[in-house]
Write a protein that binds this ligand. Structure first.
Ligand code: SDX
Length: 392
């Protein structure tokens, strides 16, 4: 079906892999989860369904979805001892660093989920993590804000529960605006998987050593944290606010991004695979307009982002290098409108990407892939003899 990379016959896990989960076509701007176009899933599905699809390969029937939801709810309690690890962090710690640590600590409290052999073991580890991860993610926000910790509410759906975990305050009702929940649900769907990106490749590589799921996912959280990867959504909003404070002179910053003597880059622009447009960016840009309009929010950052996109798309430097807005360019504007602090944007990306990481880790284990061992091109010195220190 075009675009399939043929692996050399001597294929041993050198980093590229075969996968049935997500298909990308960078030239055509195509993204499909298990064959379903992202545009249809974003429009018609919901995050829990998409989690099931990524893990099981098919959209669930009603009874399958209900069992999946209940299996996750059976695991949404987190050991109270993990709050002691959380307490040791300063409130200034970046939420992604806290999340990576707390995720890895799950291994100590759920030892059965480490040495998975059977598909039943893998499924149990998967729903255990899907249940606990949103709780840990919310605790990174509560810690940063100095707020008391919340616990899961089993009466709520997955996204509603995540929202209340983050924002419910003691003795106060929390409004669950359907516009907000629907926007969150759509963003989580759009971030759920993306083939062999940096963090997913990390999860597969670490997992190929038969490292447990929680430690493998913790390494993916660390990889996603980087500003060139998932950390870009936080960097985009910080960049837009900088341009806004600087009077909104978009062309000045476009020129700055082109200046090779300046390490400034237009964050949220460019992609290793998409060389025409990132289909997720198109959906998110439209959603940003709709959500801010429905919530009655005027955000100058959105207007600056659109002007920046327009200026770059008319500039040969960006066009010749095929640099277009990626998934991170508009997502932060929606997170901001939903009241999510900038430091939490990449945590939101991680909550979305979790089912994809898990699905890819399970696929790698089910395929009995050998331990990953990327090779190199050696460019160091040729063979030479040892010199005694007196002769150096
Ligand atoms: C994600 O892989 C995935 O699927 C990732 C992701 C996912 O869902 O998992 O899609 C999520 O990580 C999206 C990307 C988020 N990162 C950013 O927005 C950071 C800004 N973008 C860049 O740093 C960069 O575009 C990358 C990292 C995204 C891609 O880097 P590449 O493919 O290695 O490209 P490059 O760095 O080699 O750049 C090629 C040229 C260079 O100029 P020349 O040497 O040819 O003169 O393009 C220039 C770069 O200087 N360039 C940029 C630029 N991105 C590339 N110039 C200005 N601004 C930019 N954003």
């Amino acid at each position: 079906t075009g675009g399939i990379i043929t692996l050399d016959p001597g294929y041993k896990n050198t980093g590229s892999c075969k996968s049935e989960i997500t298909y990308l076509d960078g030239e055509e701007g195509v993204l499909m989860y298990r064959g379903y176009p992202i545009e249809q899933l974003a429009e018609k599905s919901n995050f829990t369904e998409v989690m099931y699809l990524l893990l099981n390969g098919e959209l669930p029937q009603a009874d399958q979805l209900s069992k999946f939801e209940n299996d996750i709810k059976d695991h949404d309690m987190v050991s109270e001892d993990i709050t002691k690890i959380l307490a040791a962090f300063p409130s200034s710690a970046h939420p992604m660093g806290v999340l990576s640590t707390l995720t890895s600590s799950l291994t100590a409290f759920n030892p059965k989920a480490v040495n998975v052999k059977s598909e039943a073991d893998m499924y149990r580890a998967a729903v255990t993590l899907l249940g606990k991860f949103p709780v840990l993610a919310s605790w990174t926000l509560r810690k940063m804000k100095g707020w008391p910790l919340n616990y899961s509410d089993n009466k709520l759906g997955y996204v509603e529960n995540f929202y209340q975990l983050m924002f419910k305050q003691p003795n106060k009702d929390l409004e669950m605006d359907p516009i907000v929940i629907d926007a969150l649900d759509k963003l989580l769907i759009l971030h759920a998987d993306h083939e062999q990106n940096c963090s997913t490749s990390t999860v597969r590589l670490v997992g190929s050593a038969h490292t447990g799921l929680f430690a493998s996912i913790s390494s993916g959280v660390s990889a996603l944290w980087g500003p060139l990867h998932g950390g870009a959504n936080q960097a985009v909003v910080e960049m837009l606010e900088l341009i806004q404070e600087d009077g909104g002179n978009v062309q000045k910053w476009v020129d700055k991004a082109k200046d090779k003597n300046d390490d400034f880059r237009l964050m949220g622009f460019g992609h290793r695979v998409y060389k025409n447009f990132d289909p997720r960016a198109r959906i998110i840009k439209k959603a940003a307009d709709q959500i801010l309009d429905k919530l009655g929010i005027q955000d100058e950052a959105l207007e600056i982002a659109k002007k920046l996109e327009q200026a770059a798309l008319e500039d040969d430097y960006f066009v010749s290098r095929k640099l277009y807005p990626n998934v991170d360019f508009y997502s932060g504007i929606i997170y901001k409108a939903l009241g999510i602090p900038t430091e939490m944007f990449t945590v939101m990306f991680a909550v979305g990407r979790l089912p994809g990481w898990i699905a890819q880790w399970i696929e790698m284990r089910k395929n009995n892939e050998p331990i990953g061992r990327p090779r190199q091109i050696y460019t160091g010195p040729a063979k030479r003899d040892y010199l005694d220190i007196s002769a150096r």
